[in-house]
Design a protein around this ligand. Sequence first.
Ligand SMILES: NC(=O)c1ccc[n+]([C@@H]2O[C@H](COP(=O)([O-])OP(=O)(O)OC[C@H]3O[C@@H](n4cnc5c(N)ncnc54)[C@H](O)[C@@H]3O)[C@@H](O)[C@H]2O)c1
Ligand SMILES: [Zn+2]
Length: 368
Amino acid sequence: MAGGTRELTVDLGERSYPIYIGTGLIAELGRKFAERGFPVKSPILLVTDSAVEGLYAAAVEESLRASGYTVVRAVVPSGESSKSLEMLDLLVEKALQAGLDRKSTVIALGGGVVGDLAGFVAASYMRGVKFVQIPTTILAHDSSVGGKVAVNHRLAKNIIGAFHQPEFVLYDLDTLASLPIREVRAGLSEVIKHGLIWNADFVAWCDDNADRLLALEPDALGYALYEGCKVKSIVVSRDERENDLRAILNLGHTIGHALEAVAGYGELLHGEAIAIGMVGSARLAGRFGYSADIEETTERIFRKFGLPVRIPDSCPTDAIMGAMLHDKKFSEGNMVFVVPTAIGSVEIRRDVPSAWVTDIVNGLREGK
Ligand SMILES: NC(=O)c1ccc[n+]([C@@H]2O[C@H](COP(=O)([O-])OP(=O)(O)OC[C@H]3O[C@@H](n4cnc5c(N)ncnc54)[C@H](O)[C@@H]3O)[C@@H](O)[C@H]2O)c1
Ligand SMILES: [Zn+2]
């Protein structure tokens, strides 16, 4: 591996897998396949999107071919709408035409959309083939750990899916250089979330290193992605199928998902919506009597990273509350929320009065 590569194991017993984070890693992909005994006779399906293809697909293919592998490329349109049954159908067709067999591998080269889609192809094609992730967004540090793969239905997001762990994740930091800055900030929002739920020291480190992270300095970025993946992997290895603990990963997501739905997907990026949501959760912490410092720190850090911390006027409170109701986040007038108890730790509260949430949503407006 190239110098400075960080390695982390997602500990899931027989399904454990490594995440490699560093620069220059794509060039080593073919060697990794050979080392791990992936059969050269079985063709590989490389799934990517229209924005990433022209940048990195050729390098991935070259690396694999140099080690004797046959690769077939499949490109889907960039964007959330590609997480569909229609794209699944097209990719299965491509896999059949290319002669993928039970020992084949599906590779996801892209952000969370490609990861979730290609992962679901890998989970379902011939009842499951090997899967490898090459994430190319910062947000995908989140989606590439934990094995949740899915496509959307027109009535609900991520509703058709599976748990399917990858063989390994290869995070080549060089690919992040082409990310639009808005995607960089939004991805860092989930990185900071992992600190807020689990690791106060890491939050402080992000605070001190905001400039280096926004400039995509490889050593800072490699460390931040390593720490973010580590928190997620600890949580996932203790609760792979989301029975209880894994729910803490949803900090900021109750309000965040509602904002995404009301603003219209794409208006607010996921990481932007959950930044606002995390400020809302921090306000809830104050209502429960936890330190006011939680809200002050949360808001200040997100502002430092250029993320939104107020609800846009295009999202009326009624519509946001309605979206949360639709999301089944209510039980008998109370709501379920992940609430910070300090920077670096959270608890799941099922006793959040919906009136508090309405107040907080009303209060999180520009000028307030
Ligand atoms: N499975 C999970 O546990 C999990 C967790 C979090 C999010 N997700 C899913 O992840 C998806 C969001 O992921 P995302 O934010 O990575 O979105 P994305 O995959 O749509 O990528 C964001 C945008 O950046 C472009 N892009 C990707 N890599 C690039 C690069 N290196 N250079 C230039 N442009 C690039 C993409 O084409 C797209 O336009 C959602 O569908 C969400 O449901 C899944
Ligand atoms: Zn998220």
